[in-house]
Design a protein around this ligand. Sequence first.
Ligand SMILES: Cc1cc2nc3c(=O)[nH]c(=O)nc-3n(C[C@H](O)[C@H](O)[C@H](O)COP(=O)(O)O)c2cc1C
Length: 178
Amino acid sequence: MDLEKLYFTRQSTREYNPQKHVSDEDLAEICRLAQAAPSAVNSQPYILHVITGEKAKEFAKYVQVLGSNRWASACPAFIAIEEGKPAVLERLGQRLVKTEFVPIDIGILSAYIVLAAENKGIQSCIVGMRDEKGIAEFLGLKEKTKFPLVIALGYAADGYPIREKKRRSFDEAVKFYK
Ligand SMILES: Cc1cc2nc3c(=O)[nH]c(=O)nc-3n(C[C@H](O)[C@H](O)[C@H](O)COP(=O)(O)O)c2cc1C
C-alpha cells in the first residue's frame, strides 16, 4: 500500500469480526517485518508473544482492566510485547543521557507491527490498559515480567468506518529552524 494511504488508513480498531481469524502465516510475517524496527544500539529488548485461537478468547480479559477495552472479547489475536533487558551498551547510554530507551524501542516496534498489519489488510489497536501480572501468569512467565504494550489484531467488523484523523494543527506540532 502507498505509505500515505497506509498512515491514514491505520487506526485503532475497536470492533472486530470474531468469525474471521488471522492466519499464523500472517501473524508470523507481521512479526518478521516488525523485527526490522530500529532500537537503541540495536538492543531489540523485547520478545513477541503471539496469542490466537481459543487462547485469544481467554487472553482478552487481561486487556480489560477496570472495564476498559470491552471490544477485545471479539478480537481473534494479540501480541503481548515482553520487555527484555537492555544490552550493556544501551544501559550505559541510558545512564549517560538519563533516558529510558527500552520503552521507546517498544513504542517504535509497536508502530512497525500495526503498520505491517494494516499493509496486509489486518486491523489493530495498541493497548496500554493491561494486567501485566495476569499476562505473565497466563504465559507461564515470572510474575515480575513486564509487558508495556499489547497489540490487538483482527479484521474490522463489516462497515467499520475509517475515521478522519484528529491531530493537532501542523503549525502547533512542527517547528522549522533555518
Ligand atoms: C501507548 C498507547 C496505549 C494505548 N492504549 C489503548 C487502550 O488501552 N485502549 C484503546 O482502545 N486504545 C488505546 N490506544 C489507542 C489510542 O487511543 C489511539 O492511538 C489514539 O486515540 C489515536 O487514534 P488512532 O490510533 O485511531 O489514529 C493506545 C495507543 C498508544 C500509542
